[in-house]
Write a protein that binds this ligand. Structure first.
Ligand SMILES: [Mg+2]
Length: 193
């Protein structure tokens, strides 16, 4: 049996939703996020980023820029609360109908949410039990991916979360839990484990 994990979306959950982030300095943590992640770290819970990042496929910036953004994210988390992500997965691919342009990254991918590829890869590589794992996101597609993989799906009201709840963004979804922000989501997760 694998171990439970907490999967975390990036934009609108860990950092402030700001569209496509072209400048590294424009990536800012949502207040309280680093401390909440540190709580999970202190409990020995595996924490894993899972993020759709279609910037490279859209020709907005190279894949190396996404990696630089993730380095900054990890540095801010460490500086603010000594918090860490145990693994980071992201999908740089996008299909042509969705707007993929750069041939190197333009294709349909099992990794693109709401497909489950990132969760399945993480489970294989880190011996995780998806049925007892949690996914925290701010979009309907985050909750859909969670349910597609048998995880508990939590919607936070930061980022696009509030708009999803009022039916103003993406589509209707049925999260297992709705949390004001990551701090509240983590409190609830710790009660379930
Ligand atoms: Mg998001």
């Amino acid at each position: 049996m694998g171990k439970p994990a907490v999967f975390l979306d990036r934009d609108g959950v860990l950092n402030v939703e700001a569209g496509y982030i072209h400048q590294l300095e424009d990536l800012h943590l949502i207040p309280g996020v680093a401390k909440s992640l540190r709580q999970l770290n202190d409990q020995g819970i595996f924490c894993c980023l899972v993020s759709n990042q279609s910037g490279p496929a859209r020709g907005y910036y190279p894949d190396s820029h996404v990696q630089a953004l993730h380095q900054r994210l990890c540095r801010l988390l460490a500086q603010e609360a000594g918090a860490k992500l145990d693994a980071l997965y992201y999908c740089p691919y996008l299909s042509p109908p969705e707007g993929g342009l750069d041939p190197a990254y333009t294709r349909w991918s099992t990794w693109r949410k709401p497909n489950t590829g990132m969760l399945v890869a993480a489970a294989w590589e880190h011996d995780l039990d998806l049925r007892h794992s949690f996914m925290v996101g701010d979009k309907a597609t985050d909750v859909d991916m969670a349910h597609n993989a048998g995880c508990v799906g939590i919607l936070v009201q930061t980022g696009f979360g509030d708009r999803v709840l009022v039916g103003d963004y993406q589509h209707h979804t049925k999260p297992d839990y709705i949390a004001k922000d990551l701090a509240v989501a983590v409190e609830w997760i710790l009660q379930q484990l």
